[in-house]
Design a protein around this ligand. Sequence first.
Ligand code: GDP
Ligand code: MG
Length: 436
Amino acid sequence: SLSNRLQGIFSGLRGKGRLTEDDINDAMREIRMALLEADVNFKVVKSFVARTKERCLDAEVLDSLTPAQNVVKIVLDELTELLGRTDSKLVLSSRIPNVIMLVGLQGSGKTTAAAKLAWRLKQENHAPLLVACDVYRPAAADQLETLGGEIGVRVYRGDGQDPVRIATEGVQDAIDNLRDVVIVDTAGRLHVDEAMMEEAEAIKAAVKPDQILMVVDAMTGQDVVNVAAAFAERVDFDGVIMSKMDGDARGGGALSIKEVTGKPIKFISSGEKPDSLEEFHPDRMAKRILGMGDMVSLIESAVKVQQEEIEQEQAERMMRANLNLNDFIEMNRQIRKMGGIAKLVSALPGGDKAMAAGQVDEGALDHMEVIINSMTKAERERPELLNGSRRARIAAGAGVTVPEVNQLVKKFNETKKMMKRFMPAAEEMAGGKRGK
Ligand code: GDP
Ligand code: MG
């Protein structure tokens, strides 16, 4: 792999102690080969090696006490630069609904990415709508509908005939159903062609997307540059979602795209699950390529442990009387973590083994989360706001019936009562605090 090759080159340099110009030239030649073999575009390789070499041949580097380390540092720095230097988060504009349009070749992973993006937005308390504008591929809209169903996100498919009309109606559907982000999934073809570009341009003109993301299959290899350049010229786009990073991609696409198109990679997608879309961090990726281990990820897992302590605190808060629907979702997550509701219920003081026998299942937990996710922030915090018309709206948004929403609210109130009953001490504590 590219990492192995580069590590070999660096350990060769380290073994030398002092470095001469010839050593640098040899190392750069090897780096050039390694990058080309990883399918990095040859123009990109050429300018990358030229920049890196110039910096490494500096007398300060060669005469330093640790020349090899300095070379590694320079390569890391240039790789980071190549990948885009700064993190490019998804920034939504203030327009509601925000429109995000996905473009790319057929099979690049647009539909999958659309669902993952929707899932991600939902986690961030947005209410996304997926719009199915691929009217050519048989069952393309079904695919999106299935994915939407799995993550509890509404899908608009219109008449399934005219992509421009579906996109336009989709935006209206979002307004009618209080969705704040519209994700337009478009059709692709196997190769860049005029019809695809025209259609993408027409959809763009009709819905004026706040941003266009191009989905690129990491395994595309050298051709990625031509495809991206064609899209950049015709429809233009703001950033890239690099899909199938879990495959045996050699990394060439990711390393070439920013330099060739000037557009940053915003997300990398690595798998089939909805949560396998990660924000792209150029520095981490560069370190990973250089085989320097992903320190930041390590640090993040340490932070996660801390996070769990915070959750503990939240659990205590939940035991108090002021339970709201956000806590309810959080509780739901905790329950899963603890390995099922049965355990929890039987562990509760006064908990009944018969009750633990499985009245509630994972599916019901999912269902509940879908409904709560369709509520506004205020409604979650103050469930007493949930009057008839709000419940009707939530039911429509979550794709459930009003009685199902009523059932959830009822369950919530019961839980709240139960918490009060089981936790008199915690209740007292909360009361005491409130008294101060
Ligand atoms: P579209 O034609 O651009 O909409 O592409 P799809 O979203 O339908 O994806 C094409 C195929 O690639 C499907 O079989 C997906 O399951 C698969 N796929 C998409 N993204 C990923 C990914 O990140 N990793 C893996 N392993 N497969 C993916
Ligand atoms: Mg598709």
